[in-house]
Ligand binder design. Structure first.
Ligand SMILES: NC(=O)c1ccc[n+]([C@@H]2O[C@H](COP(=O)([O-])OP(=O)(O)OC[C@H]3O[C@@H](n4cnc5c(N)ncnc54)[C@H](OP(=O)(O)O)[C@@H]3O)[C@@H](O)[C@H]2O)c1
Length: 270
């Protein structure tokens, strides 16, 4: 058995960046507690990683876009007497299009998942980490956090929340030896583009979200884990995305919003 007897909780570990987080932590010998909706995928990851890495994998099928379900995840770890040493808030989705035309229930679910569930998990597990005077939290935002993002307005705003909240929380928690890091990926080749609500986006050939411009999810996850253990406050994955995020600081908000409108209009159109 390679297990360190320390457990990493990852939300949204059944695909994309979250799946790679699970791989990386399993390879480092951590036990895993995985929370996402797809029961079958969770079961197959549990069997595969348990065999491959000799670690304990606990899974909890849960819809974190539903109010109160983040607390259930916490309660389940308490019930099973599993201390969470590292919390990775990765689950999230985006919606693209003119904001007033979006399905309002989907928008509410997105805010619930990207913002409310993440905040609740940080509160609950953060309190336990503060008491233990150790722990790590890795929150996943996006380059959309760094400027107003027309045509993904609400999604971008949820990620601006994640970025600001994580950086502030990091400063509060540093007094208790709990590290909080915020990772902002740019376009990454995952199922993310299948569910944003614009047909053909997954195979897009031009613009910011073109398939050829996307980073591999493994590389993004590795950048996140390295940043977490290096104690970084926040970072953008990849040099082009970093440049993109940084460039928004060089212009006025009015100019940034205008440029962002043009870029996002192109990015979200097939
Ligand atoms: N891909 C990109 O270009 C990109 C760019 C910037 C930021 N991000 C962020 O990166 C994170 C990971 O996304 P990804 O790109 O890896 O996308 P992905 O492949 O679609 O993975 C999303 C993960 O979240 C889980 N999930 C979705 N809705 C959920 C819900 N209601 N309750 C619980 N789990 C849920 C999914 O699992 P189930 O289906 O099993 O629930 C899946 O494991 C997200 O926060 C996203 O906003 C992605």
């Amino acid at each position: 058995m390679k297990t360190k007897k320390q457990t990493v909780l990852i939300t949204g570990a059944t695909s994309g960046i979250g799946y790679e987080f699970a791989h990386i932590f399993a390879d480092k010998g951590y036990d895993l507690f995985l929370a996402s909706r797809n029961r079958e995928k969770l079961a197959s990851i549990k069997a595969r990683f348990g065999d491959l890495y000799g670690i304990a994998v606990t899974t909890m099928p849960v819809d974190l876009a539903k109010a109160g379900f983040a607390r259930r995840v916490y309660e389940e770890t308490v019930r099973q007497k599993i201390d969470i040493h590292i919390l990775v808030n990765n689950a999230g989705f985006g919606l693209a299009g003119e904001h007033v035309e979006l399905d309002r229930i989907r928008v509410e679910e997105m805010i619930q998942l990207n913002v409310t569930a993440l905040t609740e998990l940080c509160s609950l597990f953060g309190a336990a980490m503060k008491k233990r005077k150790s722990g790590y939290i890795l929150n996943v935002a996006s380059t959309a956090a760094y400027q107003p993002a027309p045509y993904i307005a609400a999604y971008g705003a949820t990620k601006s929340y994640v970025l600001n909240y994580s950086e502030a929380l990091a400063k509060e928690m540093e007094d208790y030896h709990v590290r909080v890091t915020c990772l902002s990926p740019g376009p990454t080749d995952t199922k993310f583009f299948d569910s944003v609500g614009v047909e053909g986006l997954a195979e897009k050939k031009t613009g910011l979200w073109a398939k050829s411009n996307r980073m591999e999810s493994r590389e993004v996850a590795e950048i996140g884990v390295n940043a977490l253990f290096a104690g970084k406050l926040s970072l953008v994955a990849g040099k082009w995305s970093s440049l993109f995020a940084f460039s928004s600081r060089l212009a006025t908000r009015k100019t940034t919003a205008r440029i962002s409108k043009r870029v996002m209009q192109q990015a979200t159109r097939e």
